[in-house]
Write a protein that binds this ligand. Structure first.
Ligand SMILES: [Ca+2]
Ligand SMILES: [Ca+2]
Ligand SMILES: [Ca+2]
Length: 244
């Protein structure tokens, strides 16, 4: 054997062998044989990711089991030397993700919230099963968490015009009436967070401005006389929504 063999270039070589005798008194006779040489594989290629890195978008709040992305690595060797196993090597300390060892499919193991994490930088490793030495390669999978607008409903008072009565000369702090505003996110929107339906009250306008107060911390009442007041309610994260 001379030169080097590379199974990945040519896995089989065929040789024709010639034998010649050398009789002193007659012409030589020849015989031939065909020799096939199979080049056995050595683990001399590491896995290569295709494409070399990954960037995926992931909607927040999707359930466990959702496919996030798929890492694919090719290995030019043969047999176990090309059998790739995948793992997440770094970037997932809180174990939001799980990768299929054989297919490279990355799935959610639990939902992610944009408010907690806006991006993950996963290191995905592919390792072949070559012996005595296995080879590996790493890539990054950036996961951009995409927020979902969960605040769908504005707070609503039961009526647009409300009337309360209070006798004159009552001491300051006398409760006039309770006017809760309902936010349907609390009851009809399973994806809503508490801030999406926690209602804050304030008095915005009216001739009684400064004489009446409204509790903004959830007792849901305000002090109101028979003067006209315009009130405004807002749920926490959004822009204030004028009462209709
Ligand atoms: Ca090889
Ligand atoms: Ca290999
Ligand atoms: Ca709301």
């Amino acid at each position: 054997m001379s030169g080097s063999l590379d199974r990945e270039t040519a896995a089989v070589h065929e040789l024709v062998i010639l034998g010649v005798d050398r009789p002193p008194d007659s012409p030589p006779l020849t015989g031939t044989a065909t020799l096939t040489v199979l080049v056995q594989d050595v683990n001399d290629n590491r896995p290569v990711f295709v494409p070399p890195d990954y960037r995926v978008r992931l909607l927040e709040d999707l359930p466990a089991g959702t496919v996030v992305g798929t890492a694919v690595a090719r290995d030019r060797d043969a047999g176990d030397n090309a059998a790739v196993r995948y793992s997440i090597a770094a970037g997932d300390d809180d174990r939001h993700f799980v990768i299929d060892r054989l297919t490279g499919v990355v799935r959610l193991s639990r939902p992610v919230r944009f408010s907690e994490r806006e991006m993950f930088n996963l290191t995905v490793r592919a390792r072949d099963r070559g012996a005595p030495q296995s080879l590996s390669a790493s890539t990054t999978m950036l996961v951009d968490v995409v927020p979902v607008d969960r605040n769908l409903a504005a707070p609503r008072f039961r009526d647009a015009v409300l009337q309360g009565r209070v006798r004159e000369n009552q001491p300051a702090g006398t409760s006039v009436m309770q006017v809760p505003a309902a936010d349907l996110d609390a009851t009809d929107n399973p994806a809503a967070a508490p801030a999406d339906y926690h209602v804050v009250y304030s008095i915005r306008n009216g001739t009684g401005l400064g004489r009446f107060t409204i509790d903004s911390k959830g007792t849901r009442r305000f002090l109101l006389r028979y003067t006209r007041l315009t009130s405004l309610v807002r749920d926490y994260p959004g822009e204030p929504v004028p009462e209709r």
